[in-house]
Every structure is written in C-alpha cells, then in structure tokens.
Design a protein around this ligand. Structure first.
Ligand code: AVJ
Ligand code: FE
Length: 441
C-alpha cells in the first residue's frame, strides 16, 4: 500500500472514532432534560454537563491548540474543566457552561478539529505519530461516556436508556477453570499505536503456573456466597475490607435488594430479578477479594490476567486480543453500550483466548489483585496526570472492559484502576489459584 493511501486510511479511522464517540456523548446527554443534566446524581460523579464540556476542553487543549497550533476557542474555562482543580463533589457549584453552551462549545471545538485533522502531519513527533493524540482524545471521550453511563445507572427517575438484550449462552458446558503453564510471556506493548503510557513498554514477565476461571463469577455463584453468610464472616475479608463492610453496611452488590428468598436489581431505573447466569457487577474489590477467599481461591494478578488473555502457546506470542489481532466485532465481545448489561457466561465462544478463557474482553471490568504501578521503563506521556499520579497502593487494577466500554478504549493491554471500595463502575471479577506441580501433567 502506498504511503499516501495508508495515511488516508488512518485519517478516516480517526474521523470514525471521533464521530462514534460524539454520537454516544450526545445520546447520553440528550436522553435527559436540562435539569437532570446539571444535577449531581451521586457525590461520586460529576453532573453530566460537566463531563460534556470537559470532553470538549480536553479535545481543545490537545488537538486545537497543541496539534493544530490554533488560537484557543475558550481559554477562560480551562480551570473549570481541569479534573485536578475541583473534586467531583464540588463541581455542581462551579459556574459551569449550561447545557446549550456546553453543546455549542463541543461542536465548535469538533469543527476545528476536523479541519486540523485534514492537514495535520501524522509523523515527526511522538504526540502525532500514527495519529496518537487523536486516538488519545477519542479514547478520552469514550472513557467519559462510560463514566456518564455509570452516572445514568446512579440516577433515579423514569427509565431513559434502552438497548436490545445481549446474546444468550450457547449452553455448551465449559470446564470451570483453565490451567496456564509456567513460563515467560510479553506483557504490555511497544507497538500498539494508540496504547496509553501505562500500557508501555512491552516487557517479558515470568509467570508461575496458575489456574484461572473460564468465565467471570456469576450472580448465581455470588448469591451462594451471600447465602453462606459470606458478608458476616471476617475470616474471608481483608482487614480494611472488613472495616469498610461494617461501616458501609454492605450486604450485597450495589443496586441489589432482597425479594423474599431471592434478589432484585435496579438497572438503569428498571427493577428486575437478578439473572443467575450473568457475571456479577457493581461489587467492590473488597467484596471480590472476600468472595475469592471464601471460595478457597484468590484474584488473579494483573500479569496472570494478561497472560490468560493474550498468550498464544502455539507461537509464544502475545496477541492484541484473546481471539487474535483483529479489532472486536459484535460476535467477539460485549462492548460499546450495544447492550446495557453483561451477557450470560458462555455467550461469546468466538471471543475465547487460545487457552480457552472466555469473556475476558467486554461484559464486566475484572478486578485484579494488583496495585497500579508503572511497568519497567515507564515514561509518562503525554501528561503525568493521565496515570503516573495514580501509581501506588491506593488503586487496584481492573482489566478487560465492560459492556459500557468502547472498543477504542479496550484491548488486551488496557489498564483501568479505581479505589478498592468503589462499586459504581461496571466491575466484576474472576478467580484464580496456584497449581501444584502434580496438576501440570
Ligand atoms: C482510567 C478510567 C480511571 O475516568 O478517571 C478520564 C480515565 N482520565 N479523564 C478516569 C480518564 C482522564 C480515568 N480512568
Ligand atoms: Fe477526563
């Protein structure tokens, strides 16, 4: 392929990613009235109208001013939309752009960006190499779209979002777990064009033999933990987790309520029975950790999760995704807010990894046992506040993306993080365990 043609394809891919993100931002903000847009639905979240203008402001900073070298659109509002200046809880009291202003602002920025895209050099400096800055901005918008979806889940009122149900399980019986033999594998990436700084560089990691669940832990399995008194027995809980469980009065995943002997959940304002075969969602790291200990298991480390997802024993290579190097399609993973819930376990056989681990990508974010840290050779790029300032023991890593995550912000190397008490994100988990040498055959 000629260089010109390749570059044209790259510009088209950028434009599609930006347009897809914007369609979603508009759908999520047009779904509610203005009053709802400016209201804070939870102390944990920004008003939706803050997310919208913040998306535009980041796009302006990186693509209009830096890449494009153009005049600022609104230099006066940078401080309002700097996530480090104002904690989420204080954002409703700021003199924010109103709904109409915010919509006008993001439109104006986007018009300039499409113009910048038509002539920007896509090589020469790291920020623009293979359109990195554009990819970063599309991912940023989609990350906030997932955050806005979580805000919708926290919102009370009449239902406003709707989507077709995900595919059902094939019903084929799967083994409970998969054994991953000991040995090195390549973790992270140095070649993925739009990978963020914390996914880099690629490096060899030696991982001991372990077993990992074929599918995420289901609501049905999680209900057995509850029924067995799992929330009342400190033996299963991390010390800090037990203190939190008592203080916060945790008895079940967030959004669940008892219904006789069973459970109901509220999902985007609809109350429905908890489906036994779907991955559990809206649990904290502490709850996941306690469940695993109760089950005689543990959470996988981040390296174990990534090896289960990417390692191909036939070639020794690490793939971009469990199924191979091709971008996700509808039959491979439940991503992109096409369905507003996780799919039953066993619903995506084509998306399994070479070792036979299912639904690693999509459905629910998966808590790992690991703290967020930089890989050996980590270099903050293009700003320390994307990830470096969060490195340390306060944050636990999540992997794999959820039904609310867009494909542009999800791959085998992608890393997410949150505090171990958080439950508003679309997070579940799967378990792992050490294996004895005699199990390796
Ligand atoms: C990587 C999802 C933890 O939402 O705080 C958005 C992504 N960074 N704007 C977050 C992010 C800056 C980030 N997470
Ligand atoms: Fe942001």
């Amino acid at each position: 392929m000629s260089v010109e043609l390749e570059e044209e394809k790259l510009r088209d891919a950028v434009e599609r990613a930006l347009r897809r993100a914007r369609e979603r931002s508009i759908a999520l903000t047009d779904a509610v009235d203005d009053d709802d847009l400016v209201r804070q639905h939870s102390k944990l979240m920004s008003p939706l109208v803050w997310d919208l203008a913040h998306i535009g402001n980041q796009e302006e900073l990186w693509l209009v001013r830096d890449v494009g070298g153009r005049e600022p659109v609104r230099i006066d509002i940078d401080e309002l939309y700097d996530a480090f200046q104002h904690p989420r809880a204080s954002r409703p009291s700021l003199p924010l752009l109103g709904p109409a202003e915010a919509r006008g602002y993001v439109r104006e920025v986007r018009d300039k960006v499409l113009d910048v895209l038509s002539s920007a050099k896509l090589e020469g400096r790291p920020l623009v190499e293979r359109a990195f800055a554009f990819g970063m901005v599309a991912q940023h918008e989609q990350q906030h779209d997932e955050t806005m979806l979580a805000t919708h889940q926290l919102r009370s009122g009449t239902p406003v979002l709707d989507a077709p149900p995900p595919p059902r399980s094939t019903g084929r019986r799967l083994p409970a777990e998969v054994i991953v033999p000991a040995g090195p594998f390549t973790m992270g990436t140095s070649t993925e064009p739009w990978a963020l700084d914390n996914e880099r560089p690629a490096h060899q990691v030696h991982v001991g033999a372990f077993a990992i669940d074929t599918v995420p832990v289901t609501n049905g399995a999680y209900q057995r933990f509850i029924a067995a008194g799992g929330y009342d027995d400190p033996r299963w809980w991390h010390e800090t987790g037990w203190a939190h469980r008592i203080e916060a009065g945790l008895v079940a995943p967030r959004f669940w309520q008892r219904d006789g002997d069973g459970w109901l959940r509220t999902r985007f304002s609809v109350v429905e029975p908890v489906p036994a075969d779907e991955p559990v969602v809206h649990v904290s790291w502490y709850e996941a950790d306690a469940y695993a200990r109760w089950a005689g298991r543990r959470l996988p480390t981040e390296a174990e999760w990534e090896k289960a997802a990417r390692f191909d024993p036939a070639t020794g290579r690490s793939r971009r995704f469990p199924w191979g190097d091709e971008e996700p399609t509808d039959n491979l993973a439940n991503l992109g807010q096409r369905h507003l819930r996780p799919a039953e376990v066993g619903a995506y056989p084509a998306g399994a990894s070479p070792l036979g681990v299912h639904q690693l990508i999509g459905d629910v974010w998966e808590w790992t046992g690991s703290d967020l840290a930089g890989y050996p050779g980590f270099a903050a790029f293009p700003y320390r506040e994307y990830s470096e300032v969060f490195f340390g023991p306060e944050y636990k890593v999540l992997r794999g993306g959820s039904f609310g995550t867009d494909a542009v912000a999800c791959r085998g190397t992608f890393r997410n993080w949150d505090y171990p008490i958080r439950r508003q994100i679309f997070a579940g988990f799967r378990c792992a365990r050490d294996v004895r040498p005699d199990e390796l055959g």
